[in-house]
Design a protein around this ligand. Structure first.
Ligand SMILES: *Cc1c(COP(=O)(O)O)cnc(C)c1O
Length: 369
């Protein structure tokens, strides 16, 4: 049987009644768009984070886009982020007309090297956009200091970090605003697309709400452009409400999978994820590293085990971003690690049996290299 790098079918089997009930609840509610489920989910997601506001939107990319716009970021502004991220982080910056500016990552945890941020600031820098990649939070302390000194906004990309903490503080609660994705594979995943903006700032929340609804403050009257139709779907919102109650369980499940990998592979020459001191990792993906990555992936295909690479091409090397003018070699750690990283199957309902097959196969492949 094929072991996929991510799968939700076992989870669906276990939660089917609740999911079907969520769908039925919305279908019978009499209000299919921006109804009680979106309102309820927004209140509960904000409460989970202990912040004032959450605004449900249609996906994570648009959560970033709308949040940037709500923060006043637009054409001519520069936004500092990383190139080792899901491309949508950067697609969203570009889509609001701003210019992405990259800093390199740290070798030990693949996260933004915050020491480099000061050196790329210009008088056009408007926003810092750290990505809590793979499920581990960036240390925001240095960014908060820089933001205060240079009057910058901070937007956290939390698409991979639902429930992650640093020094006890939940990802998404430090910056001016945060953007979440509920794409099915995420730690909190919908049965389709979804996203949210989280903020403690009333003005940013109000603006985000208008921007997702044609720019209207009340029906039929546009007060703000450029605007969008970026509403969170009512069915997805109801499913997310049910699943939010189990978020901490999903995280515990992912940690158990990570623990089993560490026990099964800790003595090999594979570099396993390093949890930076102070961090509580939620293992959105389980990223390992080896200089002979491509051979390992090729050989594991023979065992019917699927692996993934997050991400094979740093964003600055992709054709669509050639216009930014980053030459090969400009982000050396990002570029080198992109050739070595790959991800093992990771999701909370991955069975111990399947996981042991992965561990055995990886051990055999490594031994035969
Ligand atoms: C998934 C993801 C996004 C985009 O979310 P979508 O819901 O797919 O639009 C943005 N940033 C990061 C880091 C992601 O992992």
């Amino acid at each position: 049987m094929t072991i996929r790098v991510w799968d939700y079918l076992a989870e669906y089997d276990a939660e089917r009644e609740d999911i079907i009930d969520a769908v039925e609840t919305v279908f019978r509610s009499g209000q299919l768009v921006l109804g009680q489920s979106v309102k309820g989910f927004e209140a509960e997601f904000a409460a989970y984070h202990g912040v004032g506001h959450s605004v449900g939107v249609d996906n994570g990319t648009n959560a970033i886009k709308l949040a940037l716009q709500a923060l006043g970021v637009g054409p001519g502004d520069e936004v500092v982020t990383v190139s080792n991220t899901a491309a949508p982080t950067v697609v969203a910056i570009d889509a609001v007309g701003a210019t992405p500016v990259f800093v390199d990552i740290r070798e030990q945890d693949y996260l933004m090297d915050t020491d480099q941020v000061a050196s790329v600031l210009t008088d056009r820098t408007r926003c810092l956009l750290p990505v809590h990649l793979y499920g581990q939070p960036v240390d925001l302390g240095p960014l908060v200091d820089l933001a205060a000194k240079h009057d910058l906004r901070i937007l956290e990309d939390c698409a991979q970090a639902h429930g992650a903490r640093r020094d006890g503080v939940l990802a998404g609660t430090t910056g001016d605003a945060s953007a979440f994705s509920f794409y099915p594979t995420k730690v909190l995943g919908a049965y389709g697309d979804g996203g949210a903006i989280v903020t403690d700032d009333q003005e940013i929340a109000d603006r985000s709400r208008r921007l997702r609804f044609y720019g209207m403050a009340e029906r039929y009257f546009v007060v703000e452009t450029p605007a969008h139709n970026s509403r969170l779907d009512e069915v997805q919102a109801e499913i997310l409400r049910r699943k939010l109650g189990r978020l901490d369980e999903y995280v515990a499940g992912r940690r158990a999978v990570a623990q089993r990998y560490a026990e099964g592979l800790g003595d090999t020459d594979l570099v396993l994820p390093h949890v930076t001191e102070g961090n509580e990792h939620v293992y959105y993906v389980y990223v390992v590293r080896h200089p002979r990555r491509d051979e390992i992936i090729e050989r594991l295909k023979g065992y019917d085990i699927h692996l993934n690479i997050s991400y094979p091409w740093p964003v600055h090397t992709q054709t669509g971003f050639a216009k930014l003018g980053y030459a090969a070699g400009s982000l050396p750690v990002t570029e080198r690690l992109a050739g070595e990283i790959f991800s093992l199957p990771m999701y909370p309902s991955l069975s111990a049996d399947a996981q042991d097959k992965v561990i055995d196969a990886v051990r055999q492949v490594l031994a035969a290299l």
